[in-house]
Design a protein around this ligand. Sequence first.
Ligand code: OGA
Ligand code: NI
Length: 349
Amino acid sequence: MVFVEQNLLLSDLVARNRDVVPIQYVRPISERPNLEDVIASDKSNIPIVDLQGIDGSNWSSVVKAIGLACQSDGFFQVNNHGISEELMANMICVSREFFRLPVSERNNSYSDSPLKANRLSTSFNVNTEKFGCWRDYLRLHCDPLEDFIHEWPSNPPSFRDVASEYSKKIRELALKLLGCISESLGLDKDSMKNSLGKHAQHMAINYYPTCSDPQLTYGLPAHKDPNAITLLLQDNVPGLQVLKNGKWVAVNPIPNLVVNIGDQIEVLSNGRYKSVLHRAIVNREQERMSIPTFYCPSMDSIIQPHKSLVDHKNTQLYRTFTYGEYYEMFWNRGLSRESCLDLFTISQN
Ligand code: OGA
Ligand code: NI
């Protein structure tokens, strides 16, 4: 992207002039969000899975519900997930405070290198992309916590405490969901978990400033997440949309977590569960925050469809690769293609 000034966040650019969308963010007409065609979400189009009893009493019915949601949508909300509303609210609150710090405080950790584990950055990958994304983000690695926490922001003063508590709780939930997903595919409960090697957990704190003309640009254009599974916490401002039956559906920001299948589960499940296209649009009146947790394999993990899901009827759809190989491809394409999965498919002819 033709960027204006180094180390400048979009929020700082917007603060100088709220009334313009700088040219590097204006998408060509054919690539704009067409907001008038978006469908409002209701209970029937984004499934909600009740996780009450996931720890025992209701395990098998939760497995069944998750299996259905993964099969039909790959994108669902969860309630009764065991993460307190207070913790979720605190997480949003310290994140917002971080983005409100004076520039001199907050921009110390700026980096536009995807190789840097913990960084404050803007757009997606300013080194490779043609158009800017209307977002700033703080990207944090969360596991093992002690390897990374010293690089996390120390201001606001409660940031590290709240974010580490949240990341531990969300990790537990991600692992439970992986257990359910494994069993719902007829695999051992630990199967997905074992496929992720040493595991990794990243968090993005996405900050989408107000935008004077949301029809021209995206917070994040349509993409599939490259990781195994994403658990997203968001504030009460709409913006997230998911592609369903060829139409974009707005996901209401109700106080549930949103879960989506990422590319690695699509591969491990040999395509039974699909990674789904989603995007974030921006808002004229209100800034928005979202905090996805990306649960991933470690870079050296070898990813391939699970053997028991490949047979004469279900041929192997994806080749074997390391997650590191996949991840590099994801960051370098600059979100100019919607998905990397097609680069790893085995031709069926
Ligand atoms: C992401 C993402 C959606 C949102 O960060 O990968 O899809 O609502 N975010 O911010
Ligand atoms: Ni995403």
